[in-house]
Design a protein around this ligand. Sequence first.
Ligand code: COA
Length: 183
Amino acid sequence: MDSVNKSLALCLVRMKGNKIISLETDRLIIRSFSPDDWQDLQEMAIQYQASEWAKYEDPWPTSTEEVKGMAKWFASGDDYLSVCLKTTGKLIGLIAINRRKEQEERVHNLGYVFHPDYHGQGYATEGCRAAMDYVFGQLAADGILTGTHPANEPSVGLLKKLGLKGIDGGEFAISREEWLALD
Ligand SMILES: CC(C)(COP(=O)(O)OP(=O)(O)OC[C@H]1O[C@@H](n2cnc3c(N)ncnc32)[C@H](O)[C@@H]1OP(=O)(O)O)[C@@H](O)C(=O)NCCC(=O)NCCS
């Protein structure tokens, strides 16, 4: 589909019912969470909570105890992926790909938070494209449906750049067919 796809290496190992996911792009490793990710996750959570965008979503925990619990919970399932720089291994973002259970078809959410020090460099686009490729390819999704506040311009811009279209109720969606038709 694009350079992300060409450079995408996919590794899946089954362990305790959960997949260990590892996706590689030009600059990023997008992988399953580890409980040891808590420090980078805490740094990102504190920065995010202090940002102008946090008011549009439920508050994130920021205390050490809470963030350790959050990292452990992320690491126990397949729904949350950590986005790390290839060069240093630093965790710079999180992508959520949980399946939306209320939908009859296989429809997944797409959520994301990136550390502000790494905004505006195309990392979110690169990471989300790889995650979408995984969702449509490996998880055989019928579509992606997600919501964001209309005033959250970076988030709306990212979703549009990824090919999602605004639908009723302020949500954004892309079908499998639309994803496959993208250049
Ligand atoms: C949304 C977010 C992940 C975008 O990250 P990013 O690293 O800046 O994204 P990219 O560099 O890949 O940019 C992708 C597109 O987003 C849009 N965008 C990014 N920053 C923007 C800004 N400040 N204003 C308007 N649009 C912006 C643009 O359309 C951009 O494409 P372009 O560079 O071709 O113009 C980041 O701003 C973030 O983590 N926000 C806080 C978390 C959040 O609000 N999540 C959504 C909750 S629903």
